[in-house]
Design a protein around this ligand. Sequence first.
Ligand SMILES: CC(C)(COP(=O)([O-])OP(=O)([O-])OC[C@H]1O[C@@H](n2cnc3c(N)ncnc32)[C@H](O)[C@@H]1OP(=O)([O-])[O-])[C@@H](O)C(=O)NCCC(=O)NCCSC(=O)C[C@@](C)(O)CC(=O)[O-]
Ligand SMILES: NC(=O)C1=CN([C@@H]2O[C@H](COP(=O)(O)OP(=O)(O)OC[C@H]3O[C@@H](n4cnc5c(N)ncnc54)[C@H](OP(=O)(O)O)[C@@H]3O)[C@@H](O)[C@H]2O)C=CC1
Length: 427
Amino acid sequence: MTNPDRSSRISGFHKKPPAERLAIVADFAGLDAAAAARLSGTGSLDLDLADRLVENVIGSMNIPLGIATNMKIDGGDVLIPMATEESSVVAAVCNAARQCYDAGGFATSMSGTLMIAQIQAVGVADPHAARLRILERRDEIKALCDGCDPVLLSFGGGFRDVEVRVIDSQGGVMVVTHLIVDTRDAMGANAVNSMAEKLAPHVAAWTGGRVYLRILSNLADRRLARAHAVWPLDQIGGEAVRDGIVSAYHFADADPYRAATHNKGIMNGISAVVLATGNDTRAVEAGAHAYAARNGRYSSLTRFEVTAGGDLSGSIELPMAVGLIGGATKAHPTAQACLKILGVSSADRLARIIAAVGLAQNFSALKALATTGIQKGHMALHAQNIAMMAGAVGEEIDRVARVLVERGTVRQDVAQAVLGELRTQAR
Ligand SMILES: CC(C)(COP(=O)([O-])OP(=O)([O-])OC[C@H]1O[C@@H](n2cnc3c(N)ncnc32)[C@H](O)[C@@H]1OP(=O)([O-])[O-])[C@@H](O)C(=O)NCCC(=O)NCCSC(=O)C[C@@](C)(O)CC(=O)[O-]
Ligand SMILES: NC(=O)C1=CN([C@@H]2O[C@H](COP(=O)(O)OP(=O)(O)OC[C@H]3O[C@@H](n4cnc5c(N)ncnc54)[C@H](OP(=O)(O)O)[C@@H]3O)[C@@H](O)[C@H]2O)C=CC1
């Protein structure tokens, strides 16, 4: 069981060796010895399991798993597992969470766990009347959909509503039926796809048209995760920093070129938790970017404002179709360990935590961008990668990285020269 008395505010966690970090996390989350040992092992997935998850398997690829500390969400402390190959992403979340921890951390909510499946009908002679013919059959549609998935029903999920849209397209008018389904703790793609396929012949008969596509929409705008936080002025370094962050948000809100990078930074955090928990990163990314463009103009997923008291207020809202059941979440042992570390028992809670991570990530990136610039913090952490690219091994990696940071030039050619100097001195 997760230890409720533990604080996620662990100063200097990053200065400890990995084994000590794992012991802290295992104690915090109540991980058993087997789960802890698996996390500290090589990370390779059992080949038989890998071969069942995807096709033509020849091995597995490891991605580092880091832990973001300092996160307080809805009054409770959480340690966040993040699977990412990019340096400074985990550090950025720790850093943002540290600066709002004493002010209460993040408050989160969710609009629901509803997914949408679409059924496309073309060649309909009277599309507007066909729309009404479908809507009149709501009860029949509900019975057909719910009949597809008794297990989902037993968990309180199932059909919730039907909507029909008449869409103009290059190929003529289409009648598009939306099934709105509560998929509870599942992401729900398979559940809603089965329902759409079941209903398709009926839609064809009711509309007199031809049905082609029957598939979920990744624009899961009935499954919005929300998070907000206040960063006190004295924690973030004063008014100029606050105003720089607000101005960075205004920039992203006004300009799609900037918004793409702004949202990429948000997804640095979000995709890392989605991946760590065995969820579908592409589904969440597609939903996020489609939502960012929902008003016909691609824009920021976050907002930054100044509170009445002069502090910085940040908020985020985006589709978050993640589950605890289904996909690789149940089958992948590392995903199971990550869910245990998070201490989540519902998809709703997981989605809200992920939204908070996205906001934290964005805060740190904007703060760095509006003050010292991204290279100082990011490149300091990236220096070890550059040292390895230059051929440094073992203790050389830290030594070369340190020199690169001290000189303020984190470049491979410089790393090679520094490595050469070190090796000459050692002879
Ligand atoms: C890198 C920092 C955190 C340094 O920040 P800093 O203020 O120099 O760090 P510090 O040494 O004073 O430590 C402050 C706290 O940061 C955390 N921290 C500090 N170092 C570590 C570490 N090694 N590992 C884990 N946590 C770390 C840790 O919580 C620490 O507290 P403590 O534990 O000492 O009480 C800061 O500069 C930062 O947040 N930068 C932003 C980095 C970032 O956004 N990276 C994402 C990759 S860049 C990108 O792809 C996105 C982008 C930028 O393009 C998006 C956009 O444009 O919007
Ligand atoms: N466009 C996209 O995003 C697409 C994504 N996918 C993939 O689909 C997968 C996710 O599909 P998903 O339907 O979530 O997974 P699964 O079909 O594997 O699991 C969901 C099923 O688990 C059962 N279940 C058991 N307990 C619960 C509970 N508490 N709450 C809800 N359901 C429960 C339900 O019934 P029962 O056991 O009867 O099934 C439910 O239908 C991911 O791998 C994703 O990559 C697939 C197609 C398209």
